[in-house]
Design a protein around this ligand. Structure first.
Ligand code: DAH
Length: 340
């Protein structure tokens, strides 16, 4: 066992196996095999005492060299494994770990999508705070304290006069206070209402508001802008319907519907058999608001239109999501099925 050729082949075998150890555990097992108490090497070391006295010294020196070679191999493979380096023993045919690619959440993706489409039509982005003055959220929008429309937008008051905004229309007043027309803004943001959560409501939701004020802005411009928007958003021409509605800050006001995205207008359970889906409110900026803002807004001929939409609703229609809570649960198994 102590002859040089046998020892050399033992060391070579040990080195080759050690270099291919795939994990620290496998390496430790090899260390035990080649250096441990029951190893050939230990047996040979123990056998030295049985050798003729004259041979013991040389045999001991040879065995020690082999031991050092194996220890060095264990050390260098251990370092390589710790550094994550495959080393000469790496199995390049081993299947790799799949890389999971992330994707944007469908809700912010939809908001970006909407703002991008209006951005290409020349709308600038404007934002405002979530904690808003009662004035900007209601009074400036032609909705005084005794107005019945306030009931439909009950919200959370931080203190008297300060609330969590119920609509991103609240941003109008902020922008109008510091800029004269022409104005063309799109205002995304989070909004709040005292609503119980169900498949179509949430006390915290989002809106994207649009406002265009300029000389000779007309209702047909509003129709053109929204019709172009829906075609862009859904990737095809959509039938768009404008029905009269009431909003305090626009006159005339309209509720805008699109052809049902499930049945294409034939009538199905998703559209209550009407063929239409109501998707946003819009209208011509109320003259009271222009007069109150003064400056360039009060000039003869200056008019504006506005619209407000819920990106949750649009995301649900686009991705065929039937429960709004799905957008807030952040279950990756579900979200992974939607490419934003
Ligand atoms: N702010 C309204 C709401 O939250 C939506 C809306 C309706 C916005 C009509 C508008 C508009 O700009 O003209 O219900």
């Amino acid at each position: 066992m102590t002859d040089p050729a046998t020892l050399d082949s033992l060391a070579a075998r040990a080195e080759s196996e050690i270099a291919r150890a795939v994990s620290p555990e496998a390496l430790d097992a090899l260390r035990v095999t080649f250096l441990g108490r029951k190893s050939d090497l230990q047996a040979a070391l123990k056998g030295i005492s049985a050798l003729p006295a004259g041979d013991r010294k040389d045999a001991g020196a040879r065995l020690n060299l082999i031991k050092q070679r194996i220890e060095a191999a264990v050390g260098s493979r251990g370092a390589a494994l710790a550094a994550g380096v495959g080393g000469p023993g790496a199995d390049v045919t081993f299947p790799g770990r799949a890389v999971r690619s992330g994707t944007r959440h469908p809700l912010p993706a939809t908001i970006e999508d909407i703002c991008g489409i209006f951005g290409r039509m020349g709308f600038e982005r404007a934002e405002g705070p979530e904690v808003e003055t009662e004035y900007n959220n209601f009074d400036a929008l032609n909705t005084p304290a005794d107005h019945p429309a306030r009931d439909m937008q009950d919200t959370f008051y931080v203190r008297p006069g300060l609330l969590l905004r119920t609509q991103t229309s609240a941003i109008w007043a902020r922008v109008m206070a510091r800029r004269d027309p022409p104005l063309r803004i799109v205002c995304p943001g989070r909004t709040f209402r005292r609503d119980a959560a169900d498949s179509t409501h949430s006390p915290v939701f989002h809106q994207v508001e649009g406002l265009w004020i300029d000389e000779a802005c007309s209702f047909s411009d509003l129709r053109g802008v929204l019709t172009a928007f829906f075609a862009e958003f859904f990737g095809r021409e959509m039938k768009v319907r404008f029905e009269p509605r009431y909003f305090p800050f626009t006159e005339p006001s309209t509720e805008v519907s699109i052809e049902c995205t499930s049945c294409g207008g034939k009538g199905c359970p998703a559209c209550a058999r009407s063929g239409w889906l109501e998707v946003l409110g819009a209208g011509m900026v109320h003259p009271n608001i222009l007069a109150k803002a003064g400056r360039g807004y009060a000039k003869p001929g200056v008019r504006g239109f506005a619209f407000g939409m819920g990106p949750e609703r649009l995301a649900m229609l686009k991705h065929r999501i039937t429960d709004m809570r799905w957008l807030y649960d952040n279950d990756l198994r579900a979200l992974g099925q939607v490419r934003g």
